[in-house]
Design a protein around this ligand. Structure first.
Ligand SMILES: C[S@@+](CC[C@H](N)C(=O)[O-])C[C@H]1O[C@@H](n2cnc3c(N)ncnc32)[C@H](O)[C@@H]1O
Length: 259
């Protein structure tokens, strides 16, 4: 694909959630906050998961739920995974993801992006997955138990959840309003339920996972704290959980919060 074609295609989409560098052509996101946010999120939970597997996802099959424009699927491919399946409810995001993967020249047998509501999709038809990424989704749904049931059925080992949390006390799902017109929001209803930290732990433990809640520590390349775009992590209203059925989580190379 030529540069001009890449630029035209980038511009043809209304909104981008991530800044991709597509052969020197940047997708435009609003504000530097978002750029740093996703960079820090990757440092925070994705890179440690890759480290947990010895620095490579070679041999792993990854399921990326709510895959949006394929940012985490691409990170998985860059980390060496054998295959990634992205499931995303909005056609525009899947078009973006396919475009990103085409420009990046990812081999076609290494990935698929599927448009569909996760709750309407039989994930079992795609086989089992070593790693499931459930990022930015748990606070856009109402059917948490169904979601974990569906995940657990196809997940052999690791589940990574990154979610906004309710700061209510106890094991609670708090109802919050959503706007289905917002492409980053819920698909089905104009409401969702936001879990507390304890609810998140209870939910995954019932499905047989051991869980580590990661302590966020956002820093720039020079090791200086950098919370730009990450105030929710700093304030405790967002957390990443690494959940495991098999892999020993004690070698996670990051600080873990007390249960
Ligand atoms: C906040 S974005 C998160 C994107 C990405 N996973 C991340 O964490 O950076 C939420 C995404 O979930 C998708 N989504 C919400 N509910 C969904 C559902 N039931 N099935 C499939 N996708 C859904 C939205 O279309 C949107 O792309």
């Amino acid at each position: 694909m030529q540069d001009e074609e890449i630029r035209q295609k980038i511009a043809s989409f209304d909104k981008w959630h991530y800044q991709f560098d597509l052969r020197g052509n940047l997708t435009s996101v609003r504000g530097k906050n978002k750029v740093n946010r996703h960079k820090q999120r990757k440092r925070h939970f994705f890179d440690p998961v890759v480290q947990l597997f010895g620095g490579s996802l070679e041999g792993k099959r990854v399921l990326d739920l709510a895959s949006n424009a394929g940012f985490w699927s691409l990170a998985s491919v860059h980390a060496g995974c054998d295959y990634v399946l992205g499931v995303e409810g909005r056609q525009m995001h899947v078009d973006q993801a396919n475009f990103v993967f085409e420009v990046e020249e990812v081999e076609e047998d290494k990935y698929d992006f599927l448009v569909g509501d996760i709750f309407e999709t039989d994930l079992r038809q795609f086989g089992n997955f070593d790693i499931v990424l459930c990022l930015g989704l748990m606070y856009h749904v109402t059917k948490h138990v169904d979601l974990l049931e569906k995940i657990s059925e196809v997940n052999d080992d690791l589940l990574v959840i990154d979610t906004t949390l309710s700061k209510a006390s106890g094991s609670v799902l708090k109802i919050v309003r959503q706007n289905v017109e917002n492409p980053l929001s819920a698909l089905d209803y104009n409401l969702a339920m936001r879990p507390t930290r304890q609810a998140m732990r209870d939910l995954v433990e019932v499905f047989g996972y051991l869980v580590a809640t990661l302590e966020p520590d956002f820093r720039n390349e020079n090791g200086k704290p950098n919370w730009v775009g990450g105030r929710d992590y700093k304030g405790g209203s967002r957390r990443a959980f690494v959940c495991s059925k098999k892999t020993d989580l004690s070698s996670l190379p990051v600080k873990v919060e007390p249960a």
